[in-house]
Write a protein that binds this ligand. Structure first.
Ligand SMILES: C[S@@+](CC[C@H](N)C(=O)[O-])C[C@H]1O[C@@H](n2cnc3c(N)ncnc32)[C@H](O)[C@@H]1O
Length: 289
């Protein structure tokens, strides 16, 4: 309580851009959890592990600004305004984002908006899906003798239409390529990579809901993975990794038992959270303009 009070006095009106990790609530950093517990307002995206919200104080305002089908979503400008206004009102704002806030998460835009507004904004890095999702599925993104380079690309077209095309020729030379937000365009991305010179039989793996008990894995090759992901009906979020290391993935039986072993800890988390008296859905609400 005293620590919280001190925190409040030392950091009035601050936005903390917190990386919530890639799906498993235990993958938030110690600092991220500390600031989430200290926050007066939590503004969160859809992909953050919802168990974490129970870590907020009972009186914390929890606002969901995530994108859901059929529901209005605030624009980035509205989110910027929301966090800036709350911080200007003296609140400790925890802006909770999936993975790392600055990895294809628009954290940079929020950081710049706070800076322009003269509001202090502190980034608390998070465990990004680009490393954690393959690792938790038993695939090291680098491996001695196999990988000397790695690239991360987004499969989503630039919504602002700035026309930043993916440099496929350069990408075809990179050992490990990780594709985020690529499910809808995976057929095009893989075809363009093959066109640019990457061998169609390069190992590839798609991982859905990685780092969670719902994880699903599809293994194949650059030339087949898009079709396989559709056939397996993988649902978002999906990360696809292309490169020799995809061949190091464990057999599906080993992968399943690994995931089961890991997530048997989930119960522990639930017990801890309720014992700590988290607010759960108490003051939570969806964004409204
Ligand atoms: C908007 S990006 C945000 C990435 C996030 N900032 C990070 O550092 O992981 C969302 C994309 O990340 C990937 N992703 C995030 N969490 C994932 C998970 N648990 N399993 C598989 N892919 C995930 C998917 O490609 C998803 O479409």
């Amino acid at each position: 309580m005293i620590a919280q009070q001190l925190q409040r006095e030392q950091t009035p009106g601050t936005v903390y851009l917190i990386g919530a990790g890639p799906g498993d609530p235990e993958l938030i950093t110690v600092r991220g959890l500390k600031m989430l517990r200290a926050a007066d307002v939590v503004v969160h995206d859809r992909l953050v592990p919802h168990e974490l919200l129970a870590e907020a104080r009972q009186d914390t305002e929890v606002i969901d600004v995530g994108k859901y089908p059929g529901r209005p979503r605030p624009s980035q400008e509205q989110i910027n305004r929301l966090i800036i206004e709350r911080a200007r009102g003296g609140a400790i704002v925890a802006r909770l984002k999936g993975g790392d806030p600055c990895m294809f998460g628009r954290g940079g835009e929020e950081l710049m908006a706070c800076r322009r507004a003269g509001v202090r904004c502190v980034v608390i890095p998070g465990v990004s899906s680009i490393l954690a999702v393959p690792a938790a599925a038993g695939v090291p993104v680098t491996h001695r003798g196999m990988v000397r380079s790695m690239a991360v690309v987004t499969g989503q077209a630039d919504p602002a239409g700035h026309g930043h095309p993916i440099p496929y020729r350069a990408l075809a030379e990179i050992d490990t390529v990780v594709v985020l937000m690529g499910l809808a365009n995976l057929d095009e991305i893989t075809a363009r990579l093959i066109e640019a010179g990457r061998a169609a039989d390069t190992p590839a793996i798609s991982i859905a809901s990685g780092c969670t008990a719902q994880q699903r894995v599809v293994r194949g090759h650059l030339g087949t993975i898009a079709e396989q992901a559709v056939a397996a009906e993988l649902g978002s979020p999906v990360l696809t990794l292309i490169g020799e290391v995809a061949d190091l993935a464990p057999s599906s039986i080993d992968a399943e038992s690994m995931a089961q072993f890991l997530h048997s800890n989930g119960d522990l988390w639930a017990t801890k959270s309720s014992a700590a008296g988290g607010n759960g859905e108490g003051t939570a609400r969806h964004w409204r303009d």
